[in-house]
Design a protein around this ligand. Structure first.
Ligand code: G1P
Length: 308
């Protein structure tokens, strides 16, 4: 069955970015020239998704405005004859009725946020994208320019089974992630069939000594609708929250689930350092910016290396 719908949880408070996020949602912070949310939404359209469901919360109105006409701005640009800016704004607008919004009324966790979208998803497989995880596609090799969700949709169509994005992290970082217990361990190379890992178990944010591996869940999933029934139970897990990872553990008792070691560079835009790295990398990918930034970086590097 085709993956037509994607759920993007965007209700988080963004406390790590206060005071910037006091009056704007963290998903509206710009990475170069587009807000964080735009990268995940564009990735979903690129993967063939037809309907996007944003799970929002209080104070997230700017997200709805971003995906709508800005009539005053459009009129002004048109009156000033700035037609290229006007056209690029209009080109970025989603087709009418292709983005829906549902509110998560209480901060009960990622599993709860996804569950809030159950009526809009209905009885079909769906994608979940966590916009904090910004994944830049590879710039060389067989996967050049192919965004992660598109890679995963291809895997889903071959396997007809749930697929979760996975990435090796430093053993000291496992407690920040859902961690995969892979059947047969983690293959050494990442190539062709080795990209897929059959999953025996999953643990949300384990202590390093309890982690079954250092293969972490990254914020892209393709999931079956049965997951909503499991989330319905509302069981609390790590941090007292309703965890998506725990529902996936229950799903594993019913059907095989695969980890997919995606090709791309992932930035955790939920942290200051990851957000800065995403800005640096994506700015360098713009040719016009690169020619100005590289000399600056070189000068800064030698200055800071001397100071360090
Ligand atoms: C969530 C998931 C976790 C996953 C992570 C990826 O955690 O619960 O399993 O590894 O996203 O970014 P969060 O970062 O929301 O705490």
């Amino acid at each position: 069955m085709k993956v037509r719908k994607a759920v993007l949880p965007v209700a988080g408070l963004g406390t790590r970015f206060l005071p910037a996020t006091k009056s704007i949602p963290k998903e509206m912070l710009p990475v170069v020239d587009r807000p964080i949310i735009d990268y995940a939404v564009s990735e979903a359209w690129d993967a063939g998704i037809e309907q996007i469901i944003l799970v929002t919360g209080r104070g997230k109105g700017a997200l709805e405005d971003y995906f709508d006409h800005a009539v005053e701005l459009e009129t002004t640009l048109s009156a000033k004859g700035n037609l290229s800016s006007l056209q690029s704004l209009l080109d970025r607008l989603p087709k009418d009725g292709t983005i829906s919004y549902v509110r998560q009324q209480q901060p009960l966790g990622l599993g709860h946020a996804v569950w809030c979208a159950r009526h809009l998803v209905g009885n079909e497989p769906f994608a979940v994208l966590l916009p904090d995880d910004l994944i830049a596609p590879p710039m060389a090799g067989a996967y050049t320019g192919i965004p992660t969700l598109r890679q995963m949709v291809q895997q889903f169509e071959l396997l007809n089974a749930p697929v979760i994005a996975a990435m090796e992290v430093a053993p000291s970082d496992v407690s920040k992630y859902g961690i995969i217990d892979p059947i047969g361990g983690v293959p050494e190379s990442q190539n062709g069939p080795d990209d897929l890992v059959a999953i025996r178990g999953l643990v949300e944010k384990p202590a390093p000594e309890q982690a079954p591996s250092s293969l972490a869940i990254i914020g892209r999933y393709i999931l079956p609708p049965e997951l909503f029934t499991l989330l319905e139970q509302g069981k609390r897990g790590a941090g007292g929250e309703i965890q998506l990872t725990d529902a996936l553990v229950q799903l594993l008792a019913q059907q095989p689930v695969y980890g997919y070691r995606f090709h791309g560079t992932r930035f955790d835009c939920g942290t200051k350092v990851g957000f800065q790295m995403a800005n640096l990398e994506l700015a360098l990918r713009h040719e016009a910016l690169r020619v100005q930034l590289l000399p600056f970086f070189r000068a800064q590097l030698s200055k800071w290396e001397q100071l360090a």
